[in-house]
Design a protein around this ligand. Structure first.
Ligand code: ADP
Ligand code: MG
Length: 226
């Protein structure tokens, strides 16, 4: 069953074509990894998929709801950890406060941050803030979780803790779309990989297929990182 289908998506900014003709689908339980050079359109693709940006052409179909985890955490600085996690489920989803708080505490335990519910974002490390922002997304009980380079604003020693949380979610069969520059992580966690280059999907397949591809741009990209 497809939870997300994008068909022939095109998007330009001020005459610059950023997404040329993107079609993809995400199946329930699948982890889709999106890789590619800076400026290739990965964030725009996620922003169109999640409705933060409206495509110029093409069709997007959903089943269910989604959550989004950004590069820079985007926590509300003047809200406590608990309020960051519980605000939307209570105000937007109109769910019972007691129930939402209980679930938030469970999520904090899962993230190893059960002692931080009263803390404010500025009191936390980048890795802790990012785990809170994952907990906040999960509190909405999304059917798909989107990540846009969740570790790129973190010091290398904090990257591992975030990748572990995402790996654990994959093991629980959470459906996820992950834009990442962590190639080994993409290889290990994704069921399917898309390599974006200049607004098109230049390669698509299993990690073995995509990383083993003889596509010149893909090889250049891997070489540049290597
Ligand atoms: P990536 O995430 O792969 O680095 P982006 O999707 O952020 O790529 O950007 C692709 C291109 O679109 C870039 O050239 C970027 O400058 C341009 N772009 C993205 N968002 C906007 C915007 N809101 N206004 C104008 N140009 C944008
Ligand atoms: Mg980006």
């Amino acid at each position: 069953m497809s939870l997300l289908e994008m068909k022939n998506i095109k998007k330009s900014f001020d005459g610059q074509v950023v997404l040329k003709d993107i079609s993809l689908s995400v199946e329930k339980g699948e982890v889709l990894g999106i890789i590619g050079p800076s400026g290739s359109g990965k964030s725009t693709l996620l922003r169109c998929a999640t409705g933060l940006e409206k495509q110029d052409f093409g069709e997007i179909k959903y089943e269910g709801t989604f959550g989004l985890v950004f590069q820079n955490f985007n926590l509300f600085p003047h809200y406590s950890v608990m309020k960051n996690i519980t605000d939307a489920p209570i105000k937007v989803q109109k769910r019972k406060k007691e129930e939402v708080y209980e679930e938030a505490r469970e999520l904090l335990r899962k993230m190893g941050l059960e002692d931080k519910e009263k803390a404010y974002p500025f009191q936390l490390s980048g890795g802790q803030q990012q785990r809170i922002s994952i907990a906040r997304a999960l509190a909405m009980k999304p059917d798909i979780l989107f990540f846009d380079e969740p570790t790129s604003a973190l010091d290398p020693e904090l990257t591992g803790e975030i990748l572990k949380v995402i790996r654990d979610l994959a093991a629980e069969h959470m459906t996820m779309v992950i834009v990442t520059h962590e190639m080994n992580f993409a290889k290990n966690v994704a069921d399917k990989i898309i390599f974006m280059d200049q607004g098109i999907i230049a390669e698509e397949g299993t990690p073995e297929e995509v990383f083993g591809s003889s596509n010149k741009r893909m090889q250049e990209f891997l070489g540049k990182l290597g």
